[in-house]
Design a protein around this ligand. Structure first.
Ligand code: 13P
Length: 259
């Protein structure tokens, strides 16, 4: 049985005070689920240490939204995995579509970042997903399979087993359009099959695969009934503690209406 994950990507939102306040609220709304599901929140770099301090002892983990693969040194403006770890980060998102699109982040960098994170003992959350044009061209599986193959190049099986992949169709991010549970499952299953192809059955069975893209309290339950979806990477809805609490509860396998 894979342990499920409920992760919130706070993106470029909130200053120090508002981040600490949201962390406190997330603790109130989700704390009791921390035993049954891995809960992660990913604030901006600036707020990461404060949020980690706020959540210490709660069982809720903190992640970064990006990193640079180099060791400490002359890389102006960058933050590497060791610094993230020092600030209290245990996870780090890499290859988010916003970075792939807006910052021209390529598969090669995603791979270098994932390796650097693994080296530092931080769990990478590797994002993959197709654009609307790619979906319409029936190219989804090819695109996603290629992204996964390139992200894992040179990563050993024992390291791959602990990683997390987030399937985030680009057309579903922040648009209110979400993939149907069946569509999301088909891609998540294909991702697990790629991991099985690169590595082996046990590695494929260990890697946790999340869905992301307009996840809300009222659509999470359907997604969580799918075999290859092990949780969610939530954007907008993770900024509202009560809503995120309901999502966490549904991921933990309880009735979301009770949150
Ligand atoms: P939304 O949940 O706002 O669509 O964002 C998803 C996302 O990009 C999570 O990383």
């Amino acid at each position: 049985m894979r342990r499920r994950i409920a992760a919130g990507n706070w993106k470029m939102n909130m200053g120090l005070e508002a981040s600490a306040e949201l962390a406190r609220k997330v603790k109130d709304f989700t704390g009791s689920n921390a035993r049954s599901v891995d809960i992660v929140v990913c604030p901006t770099f600036l707020s990461l240490a404060d949020v980690a301090e706020e959540l210490e002892g709660s069982g809720i983990a903190v992640g970064a939204q990006d990193c640079y693969h180099g060791s400490q040194g002359a890389f102006t403006g960058e933050v590497n995995p060791e610094l993230i770890k020092d600030a209290g980060g245990a996870y780090c998102i890499v290859g988010h579509s916003e970075r792939r699109t807006l910052m021209q982040e390529a598969d090669k960098e995603v791979n270098l970042k994932a390796k650097a994170l693994i080296g530092a003992g931080i769990v990478p959350i590797i994002c993959v997903g197709e654009t609307l044009a790619e979906r319409q061209a029936l190219d989804t599986m090819n695109v996603v399979r290629g992204q996964v193959m390139r992200a894992y190049a040179g990563i050993a099986p024992e390291d791959a087993a602990g990683t997390v992949i987030a399937y985030e169709p680009v057309w579903a991010i922040g648009t209110g359009l979400n993939a149907t549970a069946d569509d999301a499952e088909a891609v998540c299953k294909a991702i697990r099959d790629v991991i099985r192809y690169i590595y082996d059955g046990p590695t494929a069975d260990s890697v946790r695969i999340l869905y992301g893209g307009s996840v809300k309290a009222d659509n999470i339950s359907g997604l969580m009934s799918e075999k290859d979806i092990d949780g969610a990477l939530v954007g907008g809805a993770s900024l509202k503690a009560a809503e995120f609490g309901k999502i966490v509860q549904a991921i933990a396998g309880k009735c979301s209406d009770e949150a």
